[in-house]
Design a protein around this ligand. Structure first.
Ligand code: B12
Ligand code: SF4
Length: 501
């Protein structure tokens, strides 16, 4: 009997950008007496169904975007006689769907770190439950990944999580609801140990797969310090101190290492923090800019972000401290107008962001936006291929609309075309070449161009193009560029590397 862990994807690029961390964390959670799990990541290549045998246990992790493909695999595995278990954010939110459409014998809700061992033991003994509550495990129980099981030469970035959960409450995001608003922060010892393991193997690019790398702001500290009860203040101070401790230790690692994380723009208020990031070689951060106007920020409950000149100043502060920004922008907000697309690209350029992504507002389950939309749609009988719009992930890809929520002034096609146009302009060869001057040598500049093009092909054309020929062309383009790109990310293994004190 084998245990399988499968990350579903309907497109495979041969090379992965970032390791799906859950695969290697659940591998760690797999009791040793069941052997090493067989890991399949379909972002690399499609599953070979013949590897699944009767009596095997098959764990499938899904988010909303890959749920449909996950259900196909679940059905195949069940038909092959395996015990099928679903987990991940989407299965957490829709356990019945995984059972009815994905052939799940069992579903794990929440974190798998502690509960997965029990699920396997139960399944192997033929007494599995229908639903397991994994909950939100405490930081000390968040497991390190089994990096020894990762295939060589297939990923550009490995991923290590340092904190789970986010204190904010953005309307389009499910993290604060599913992962909680309390930052569950791993101590620096366990994080550094994983990072060193990866560098020993030749990984020098590591994504810190965090929801928000700056979980305690200076305002949070000031507010807590004014309270009579000092418990909150002490807890926040400890979280902040641990952040600095982690960055101090990262700074002692070999100087060819590069880290990337996700952070709110609030960190721009804190030069000490940004300096520590620079020293730790956290050279890039995804910043959720979302909107460039106060009205847009209000639409997404993100009043803590800045707009206008202050926004530009904040993003430039990251750049000044040597942290490249991947600005993330959302289009299709109720306050957006036809002029928003150009204005957003202009702000992205003005604020010196090195990369940008332009996504269309999508009501993801588990979010405030989704709850409001689902309610508003109660009386709407629209079905596409027999599926209500509010279950958009179940609509076949070729029929699935790209925009779901009606907009007061723009049609769905206006938003899609405006978004595609923003990608095209931001990633025009001329603009990429201008940005490439952030690195010095000609070789690095050419690498920068290649990576910018890869990023654009993978995330824009395969995601928002409505023309399937364009999607196919982009996927094969991405496959073609991915190989040389990956080589840019490798380093010589350093098996002798020790863990900094
Ligand atoms: C890092 C990250 C990324 C990275 C890397 C992705 C990768 N290859 O791993 C990048 C930047 C590329 C990315 C992209 C996107 N992401 Co993302 N990402 C994350 C983030 C911050 C961390 C993921 C992670 O590594 N976590 C660490 C692992 C260990 O945790 P985990 O995956 O949750 O797994 C645990 C449990 O869920 C459970 N579990 C998971 N699978 C299984 C399976 C079984 C069998 C069992 C038993 C248990 C189990 O056990 C695990 C251990 O506790 C999450 C937020 C989050 N808190 O999860 C968002 C998140 C997953 N992303 C999200 C989204 C929306 C996206 C994008 C669509 C954004 C966009 N518009 O482009 C793209 C989609 C890319 C794609 N096609 O996959 C959403 C998903 C929402 C949803 N309902 O599906 C999340 C939840 C964030 C959010 N804002 O709400 N993402
Ligand atoms: S979008 Fe970012 S800041 Fe907002 S709740 Fe989600 S993780 Fe936190």
């Amino acid at each position: 009997m084998s245990v399988h862990l499968i990350n579903p994807s309907h497109v495979s690029f041969g090379i992965g950008v970032i390791t799906p961390r859950w695969l290697y964390v659940l591998a760690q959670a797999t009791p040793r007496q069941f052997g090493d799990p067989v890991i399949t990541d379909e972002t690399l290549e499609p599953l070979d169904p013949s590897v699944i045998a009767r009596g095997d246990i098959v764990g499938i992790g899904i988010h909303t975007g890959n749920a449909g493909r996950g259900y196909e695999i679940g059905q195949q595995a069940r038909a092959a006689g395996a015990i099928v278990v679903f987990g991940g954010i989407h299965a957490t939110l829709f356990p019945e769907e995984a059972r009815d459409l994905g052939g799940a014998h069992a579903v794990v809700k929440g974190d798998g770190d502690l509960v997965w061992g029990r699920v396997i033991e139960d399944a192997a003994a033929g007494r599995h439950a229908a639903v397991y509550e994994g909950g939100q495990v405490e930081p000390e129980d968040l497991l390190p990944a089994r990096w020894d099981l990762m295939p060589d030469g297939r990923y550009m970035w490995a991923s290590v999580q340092t904190v789970r959960g986010c204190p904010k409450h953005c309307s389009f995001c499910s993290v604060w609801k599913t992962d909680g608003q309390r930052p569950r922060q791993r101590v620096s010892d366990v994080v550094i140990e994983e990072v060193v393991t990866l560098r020993r193997r030749g990984f020098r690019f590591i994504a810190l797969a965090d929801d928000n790398f700056y979980p305690v702001t200076l305002t949070d500290l000031q507010m807590a310090s004014r309270r009579a009860d000092k418990a909150q203040f002490l807890s926040l101070t400890a979280i902040r101190a641990e952040r600095f401790e982690l960055m101090r230790r990262l700074a002692e690692l070999p100087d060819d290492m590069v880290f990337f994380t996700q952070i709110t723009m609030e960190a721009a208020e804190d030069p000490e923090f940004l300096d520590a990031m620079r020293k730790a070689r956290i050279k890039g951060a995804l910043v959720g800019v979302e909107a460039v106007t106060p009205e847009g920020l209000k639409d997404v409950h993100k009043g803590f972000n800045a707009a206008g000149d202050e926004l530009v100043d904040r993003l430039l502060a990251f750049k000044r401290h040597g942290v490249h920004v991947l600005g993330s922008f959302i289009f299709g907000l109720p306050s957006d107008r036809g002029t928003t697309f150009d204005a957003t690209v202009a702000v992205a350029k003005q604020s010196g962001v090195t990369f940008a992504q332009f996504v269309m507002l999508t009501p993801y389950p588990g979010t405030t936006d989704f709850a409001a939309w689902e309610k508003a749609m109660e009386s709407d009988p629209t079905r596409i291929g027999g599926t209500p719009l509010t279950r958009h992930w179940l609509i076949p890809q070729n029929l699935r609309p790209k925009v779901y929520t009606p907009h007061p002034t723009m049609s769905a096609d206006d938003i899609r075309r405006g978004t595609q146009g923003a990608w095209d302009r931001f990633y025009s060869f001329r603009n990429i070449w201008e940005r490439a001057h952030c690195v010095k040598s000609l070789k690095s500049r050419l690498a920068f161009v290649l990576i910018s093009k890869l990023y654009r092909q993978m995330y824009a054309n395969t995601g928002i193009a409505t023309d399937s020929a364009r999607v196919d062309r982009s996927a094969s383009w991405a496959r073609w560029i991915a190989k040389p790109c990956r080589r840019l990310f490798t380093a010589s293994p350093m098996p002798e590397l020790t863990i900094p004190a």
